[in-house]
Write a protein that binds this ligand. Structure first.
Ligand SMILES: *Cc1c(COP(=O)(O)O)cnc(C)c1O
Length: 371
């Protein structure tokens, strides 16, 4: 087998050996030990956003998108509701698409991919349109790596007495989010981003009373969050085959998350990683798309260098050969590529990635990374 590369991507991410080792054991899905491990995880997930009193965590098999779709499909009523999605990237567009497919009334407000959502404009829109009942926003839009002002948006939505859905996928566990400061109806995230587990499950943290009231609302059996929750309420079990190894890995990942100091500790490591990455890339002429003030310590978008010797595919292969997997861009505003700073990576790993960029540029004969 070739050596294991480090993943400078938005997920799945590099995980610790101990997280991978947690998957060496087989679990019986109806066994009390598994049930206890699983319910422990659900409580801990709520604790991370201080939501344990009023909200419950419901996991769902699949990737993060499954959780977002389960959240909207279950908690957005079939009639008398209209969703407003705040869009500044691909994941916002994905929620609009979901609502269309679900046949629910939906509108969007759109910002450029390099601009944060404006809470004032959301406030004005909600003031004009009383038929909007729910608002959906992405905390960190992984398309560009931009951080949206989630507390201010939640504040506007609360004052206007609407309900808020948050796609917190790429931020959960690394960027602060507290139910008291950021009231939400529900948020969705997954095991394989900043929690540093492995891919295979998403979860929704939803207000218990609204979840209770959503019986029969879902469009789907498998993505019915209410029914999934009822299963856990009844006997602590998943309705359908759980990703047992993924759950075991997540339990270990949460231990490591706590040992690192939770959101504060993990966020600090990622900010350190970001600093090493951005300063090293800037020194070679590369230019980040986003101004520092809105750059989340998750993933950085760099403008494509203009040097004619720079070819992204060759650059990708050069980096991969040196043990680092980078990520293509997903922007419509500019030609770009991305490098992540999340996962089980340290500042030393990021420094090694910078050295790999340097030597790859030399190999390609690229003088500068300047766009
Ligand atoms: C990763 C991600 C998702 C979910 O993507 P999957 O590929 O389904 O795991 C959703 N929203 C955001 C913001 C993400 O970063």
């Amino acid at each position: 087998m070739p050596p294991v590369p480090l993943l400078l991507t938005p997920g799945p991410l590099t995980t610790s050996d101990t997280v991978k080792e947690a998957m060496l054991r087989d679990w019986g899905s109806r066994d009390p030990d598994f049930i206890a491990m699983n319910s422990g995880i659900l409580e801990r997930l709520c604790g991370i956003v201080n939501a344990g009193l009023t909200h419950v965590a419901v996991p769902i098999q699949g990737s993060g998108t499954f959780a977002v779709e389960a959240m909207i499909g279950t908690l957005l009523p079939r009639s008398g509701a209209k969703l407003l999605v705040l869009v500044n990237g691909a994941y916002g567009h994905r929620m609009v698409k979901m609502a269309h497919i679900l046949g629910r009334p939906v509108e969007m407000m759109e910002w450029p991919e390099d601009a944060p959502v404006s809470p004032q404009k959301v406030d004005a829109r909600l003031g004009q349109d009383a038929s909007i009942t729910h608002v959906a926003v992405v905390q960190c839009e992984t398309t560009s790596g931009i951080l949206n002002p989630i507390e201010e948006i939640a504040d506007v939505v609360r004052k206007q007495r609407r309900a808020l859905f948050i796609d917190a996928m790429s931020a959960f566990g690394a960027l602060p989010l507290d139910l008291e400061k950021t009231p939400f109806l529900a948020l969705a995230a997954s095991s394989n981003k900043c929690l540093e587990g492995v891919p295979g499950l998403g979860f929704v943290i939803a207000q218990r009373e609204m979840l209770k009231a959503s019986k029969g609302n879902a469009h789907s059996l498998a993505l019915d969050l209410h029914d999934q929750w009822q299963g856990f309420q009844a006997n602590g079990q998943w309705r359908f085959t759980p990703p047992t190894h993924v759950v075991a890995a997540l339990a270990q990942a949460l231990d490591e998350f706590d040992a690192e100091g939770g959101v504060a500790g993990r966020g600090k490591r990622y900010r350190d990683n970001l600093r090493v990455l951005v300063s090293g890339m800037r020194a070679m002429g590369f230019q980040p798309l986003l101004p520092e003030a809105v750059q989340a310590p998750i993933i950085v978008t760099f403008r494509m260098p203009s040097d004619p010797a720079f070819d992204f595919q060759a650059f990708y292969r050069g980096m991969a050969g040196r043990g680092f997997l980078i990520y293509p861009g997903k922007l419509t505003v500019a030609d770009s590529f991305r490098m992540g700073c999340i996962g089980r990576l340290t500042a030393a790993d990021m420094q090694a990635a910078i050295e790999a960029v340097k030597s790859t540029l030399a190999e390609l004969g690229v003088a500068s990374g300047a766009p």
